[in-house]
Write a protein that binds this ligand. Structure first.
Ligand SMILES: [Zn+2]
Ligand SMILES: [Zn+2]
Length: 188
């Protein structure tokens, strides 16, 4: 069965080199739906608590929220970094606190200090799904991702193969020692 949750991401981007309005910088509220598949954990009668899926995903994905997402070859990138530098906000600002750990994958690099994500490919809804799956595939048993942004939407299905032991008392994933980080339950 599946547990399904959604979260919002507000971001700015553009399609560099695209022959249409989207070549201009603009913003979206994107909605990501994450479907996690596993057996039902009998102790809690659920696959996975949705707020925990959100928490796990948000830890990484908050780097995309209120962020600028640009392709690595976009000439706006050095121009914007130059402005941020001159303004003294390139390496952080006191009110920029919603930062996840910086990450670098083959498809995307996050610079949380200046709320920037640099991508290898144009950030379409399809591109976003590829990036998100790559970031979360080892943390969650993702069966399907759907991303909508304005009139655009895409979805993809995946085979789940992580073996995730869950706490029979609160449903969340046990840590590498078989202990629940929330209630202290220990697997025997
Ligand atoms: Zn757009
Ligand atoms: Zn627990």
């Amino acid at each position: 069965m599946r547990s399904i949750t959604t979260l919002d991401l507000q971001y700015a981007h553009r399609f560099y080199g695209f022959k249409g309005e989207a070549q201009y910088l603009h913003g979206h509220t994107g909605v990501l739906t994450i479907e996690v598949e596993d057996s039902i954990e009998p102790g809690v009668n659920m696959v996975f608590p949705c707020n925990e899926i959100q928490k796990t995903a948000w830890e990484v994905l908050k780097n995309f929220d209120h962020a600028l997402i640009l392709r690595e070859d976009d000439p706006l990138l050095p121009a914007i970094l130059d402005v941020y530098e001159k303004q003294g906000i390139k390496d952080g600002a006191p009110n920029n606190q919603m930062k996840g750990p910086a990450f670098k994958t083959e498809l995307a690099t996050a610079y949380p200090d200046c709320r920037l994500v640099v991508t290898k490919e144009t950030l379409t809804v399809e591109g976003m799904i590829k990036i998100v799956y790559d970031l979360l595939k080892d943390k969650l048993n993702i069966a399907k991702l759907t991303f909508t942004s304005g009139v655009n939407a895409a979805s993809a299905e995946f085979t789940t193969n992580n073996k995730i032991d869950r706490c029979p008392l609160c449903g969340i994933a046990l840590n590498e020692n078989g202990v629940c980080p929330k209630c202290g339950y220990r697997k025997h």
